[in-house]
Write a protein that binds this ligand. Structure first.
Ligand SMILES: C[S@@+](CC[C@H](N)C(=O)[O-])C[C@H]1O[C@@H](n2cnc3c(N)ncnc32)[C@H](O)[C@@H]1O
Length: 370
């Protein structure tokens, strides 16, 4: 059987360059300009591969919008603010957020919308979800305008490429992907690990044992550092929600999902979503290193409850049909229940040095630890 176009491309790439890091594999499988998952497929919703919080319940985006407006007021209501979303998917979160913030006088006039999105196809979907609004798209935070910013991102960091180091016979090697000629398919292998990666394994993870895996997303760390640098220079704050672990630890969290079920990550590149758990500890340390205040992690359940999800659902139910009311209630429950998304999903934030507190969080990380 002839492999699919992306598999053929990867086979040729491996023949030319040797085994690929997991990071390079994720980059190609998700964002290859012709055959990548986000370039080609419609992944969201019940007919797609996975469903995200804003697609489950409108209250998610509404509360995040109101969080942004509250921080804007805390900043003294500046006349110009960049409202930035990273990895906006179908644009649902932003559409819900912008509807909710209309009740905050002056915010809509002050806010200019910027979306950081890698997929040209999803940019078009976002354009359609946000009609009559001036939007500027960006490839990275580097091109954001030099003004205060409020940044948000839901399930953005989990889509960014990771490296996997594996501890074998007393040394760290890089887990990588080669081509098995007898089976004519992608296969796991390993190669020398660059010292620049090995030195990022923190001592707090403990002494490694044979076969332990440590995951490092250099792209996520660089993006968070860029975000924090922008916020330190120009003012503002950022809020990021994702699934992952609060403390850096060993473990293999690289996964593929197709039609709402786990899949083999190497079986059909470009056809399944590939993600890894976010190492929040690493991101929060990066925020501190850039001189900003770092907040979290708090669980999604605790965060949304602190922002008043119950109250907002009750408010909406008053003007809803019985079916709509039931769907609002079950959606909100799914977002906050510990057995659903309430505990696995966590929230972190970054704020300029002049912003010592943020809605939904306790004191910044350094003060909380002091
Ligand atoms: C899992 S989806 C989340 C979508 C949306 N935030 C939601 O909650 O429904 C990941 C999003 O990040 C985008 N993305 C992935 N890698 C990216 C990158 N390197 N730069 C910018 N956007 C990226 C994807 O195209 C997609 O819009």
């Amino acid at each position: 059987m002839t492999p699919a176009p992306l598999s053929q491309y990867l086979r040729d790439l491996i023949a030319a360059e040797g085994p690929l890091s997991v990071a390079r594999y994720m980059q190609e499988a998700l964002l290859h300009p012709a055959h990548g998952y986000y370039t080609r497929r419609e992944p969201f919703g019940t007919d797609g591969d996975f469903i995200t919080a804003p697609e489950i319940c409108q209250v998610f985006g509404e509360l995040i919008g109101l969080w942004s407006a509250a921080v804007w007021q805390q900043m003294g209501s500046p006349s110009r603010i960049a409202l930035v979303e990273f990895g906006p998917g179908r644009g649902t979160l932003m559409a819900d957020a912008l509807r909710a913030v209309r009740i905050v006088p002056g915010f809509t006039d002050a806010a200019e919308l910027h979306l950081v999105e890698a997929s040209p196809r999803l940019r078009e979907v976002q354009r359609a979800a946000l009609p009559d609004i001036d939007v500027t798209w960006h490839d990275s935070p580097a091109s954001l305008p030099p003004c205060p910013a409020l940044m948000i991102g839901n399930e953005f960091f989990d889509a960014l490429p990771i490296h996997q180091l594996v501890f074998l016979s007393g040394t760290w090697r890089e887990r990588s992907i080669g081509w098995d000629r007898s089976e004519d398919r992608l296969a796991w292998t390993q190669k020398r690990a660059g010292p620049e990666l090995v030195e990022l394994v923190p001592e707090t993870a403990g002494p490694p044992e044979e076969g332990d895996i440590f995951e490092i997303s250099t792209v996520a760390r660089t993006s968070m550092a860029e975000i924090a640098r922008h916020i330190r220079r120009h003012g503002g704050a950022g809020l990021f929600i994702d699934y992952g672990h609060g403390r850096s630890a060993f473990g293999d969290t690289f996964q593929a999902v197709q039609c709402h079920k786990p899949a083999d990550p190497l079986a059909a590149p470009g056809s399944a979503d590939l993600t890894a758990h976010v190492d929040f500890d690493a991101l929060l340390s990066g925020i501190g290193a850039e001189g900003c205040n770092a907040f979290g992690t708090v669980t999604q359940g605790a965060f949304l409850s602190a922002l008043g999800i119950e109250h907002r659902v009750e408010q909406l139910q008053r003007n809803a049909t019985a079916t709509q009311a039931a769907s609002l209630r079950s959606g909100a429950r799914r977002l906050i229940e510990p057995a659903e998304m309430g505990t696995l999903f966590k929230v972190i934030a970054v704020a300029a040095p002049g912003i010592p507190e943020l809605p939904g969080f306790g004191p910044p990380r350094d003060r909380a630890r002091a």
